[in-house]
Design a protein around this ligand. Sequence first.
Ligand SMILES: [Zn+2]
Length: 140
Amino acid sequence: MIDFNMLKQAVSLEEAASFYGIFYDKRSKKCCCLFHNDKHPSMKLNKEYFYCFSCGAHGDVINLVQQIYGLSAIESAQKICNDFNLNGSTDTCKSPSIIKQRQQEIEHRKALERAFHQARRDALLFCMNIIACFFHGDVI
Ligand SMILES: [Zn+2]
């Protein structure tokens, strides 16, 4: 039996969306809705759930995969387990070591993102200082 909560902790909705080829804007975290004929992205994704501002459709990673492949909730959970190598037996979804490993990967990715944003901020500040010097006539 698959533990849905453990599964949702192990695989974020954003990861699943990318994995299953849903194109979404990484900045706005929006994509065209899968539940209605959407021409402009009105579905918002985050780590845990999706929500469509147009038709109100919402759900978690299991619901999303259900919708993409037309599966039942259990079939959907099994598919995610298979596709994200959480299987062996479906019980490994509950394996604390896999969950821990995935959480470490997520933490690592977050640390990299933070470092990147910090570097970008520093670079921007540097540029602004040069521009400020220029307008103050400090540039030689
Ligand atoms: Zn919708």
